[in-house]
Ligand binder design. Structure first.
Ligand code: CP3
Length: 340
């Protein structure tokens, strides 16, 4: 009974200590990542180089023996593959040639352009330890659209909100293309060996009221329904970051098998209403990994206590921060495994 992330979710039993992986477990906090990143040239070159992308995916597995490994790629590969110009500015983040409708986008090149990513998945499948679960992922349509419309990351997703208000046909058309591309992209990741999928809706928190239903829940559900219609039964983790009191609606209405929870909400308030059939994940504040020590241990204790008796995957409420000392992560893993 070795294989876990809750034996790819079918397991109804709760293990002694929760399985662990961390969002952004590959990245700039690791000196060995920075070395490979330099060798690759640009960030996108790294994403499209199977050997190098495989290497940076494996680095945190070798170092910390996490229970799951997440494919090294980015949510902005989808706009790139749809024909939108995407690049990353050193020290600043992503830049895109902004779009305001689906008219300039095309699905024709998607499968060809994503071949290197699928090759990375195949390499990982061969090279990962048998007990390590391979997670594939994509961005959710609203979150990806916020970058496509603004041409960069924005604090309030203002440009996407404006297009939604001013030209709903163009805005919805954009979401529809992303949904279609994402179904294909995730189905191919599964075909090449992904065992679990995660959908990142990092900016779900700026959708309120009915907008949350229309532009967060509905497109995530369309992707899941599309995968199920193709006969793909792979468990799916949804991450509607900042969903606040809508986490439960999201979990039930989209049909996800697991829900990843950010650090800004009281975990007990989500879990109280979450059906037992839905696995929980996350909630640890990534900042406490910079602190380490007692601050980190007491926040870990709280999560373990609150999730006792339910299937929970230990993880952060958002990605690991760049200034996290790598040894704090070893301490986190040891602490959780020794508590069990
Ligand atoms: O280890 C992993 O988690 C797997 C790889 C992964 C990356 N990005 C690598 C990455 C995953 C799952 C993502 C998801 C992603 N990408 C999201 C959703 C999750 C979230 O953080 O909210 C978003 C919004 C993006 C878009 C993106 N990519 C931004 C805004 C940035 C710049 C911010 C930053 O930290 O530099 C990136 C770049 C990026 N993606 C890096 C990594 C390791 C850093 C790039 C570098 O090496 O310079």
């Amino acid at each position: 009974m070795q294989k876990t992330i809750l034996s790819v979710f079918n397991n109804i039993e709760c293990p002694k200590s929760p399985p662990i992986w961390l969002m952004r477990q590959a990245g700039r906090y690791l000196p060995e990542y920075k070395k490979v990143r330099k060798q690759a040239g640009s960030f996108l070159d790294l994403c499209y180089s199977p050997e190098l992308a495989c290497e940076v995916t494996l680095q945190p597995i070798r170092k910390y023996a996490f229970d799951a490994s997440i494919l090294f790629a980015d949510i902005l590969l989808i706009p790139d593959a749809l024909g939108q110009k995407v690049w990353f500015v050193e020290g600043e983040g992503p830049r895109l040639e902004p779009v305001s409708s689906p008219d300039t986008l095309s699905l024709d090149n998607l499968s060809h352009q994503m071949q290197p990513v699928y090759e990375t998945v195949s390499l990982l499948k061969q090279r990962l330890p048998e007990e390590t679960t391979l997670i594939g992922f994509a961005g959710s349509p609203w979150t990806v659209a916020t970058y496509m419309i603004a041409g960069r990351g924005t604090p309030d997703q203002g440009p996407a909100h404006a297009l939604k208000q001013n030209d709903i046909i163009a805005f919805q058309g954009l979401l529809d293309v992303i949904v279609e591309a994402t179904i294909d992209y995730l189905a191919s990741q599964v075909e090449h060996g992904a065992e679990v999928l995660q959908l990142f809706d990092s900016w779900a928190g700026s959708l309120i009221g009915e907008d949350f239903d229309r532009f967060c829940i509905a497109p995530n559900k369309s992707i899941i329904d599309g995968l199920r219609a193709r006969g793909i039964t792979t468990p799916i983790i949804g991450f509607p970051r900042g969903a606040k009191d809508r986490y439960i609606d999201f979990a039930i209405e989209t049909g996800v098998q697991a829900i990843s929870i950010d650090q800004d909400i009281r975990l007990s308030s989500v879990i109280a209403d979450l059906p037992d059939t839905v696995v929980s994940q996350g909630n640890l504040d990534p900042l406490c990994l910079i602190d380490g020590g007692q601050n980190m241990f007491s926040q870990i204790d709280d999560i373990i206590e609150v999730t006792k008796g339910r299937r929970h995957i230990f993880n952060l409420g958002h990605g690991i921060k760049q200034y996290t000392p790598p040894h704090h992560i070893s301490e986190l893993v040891d602490y959780i495994r020794n508590k069990g």
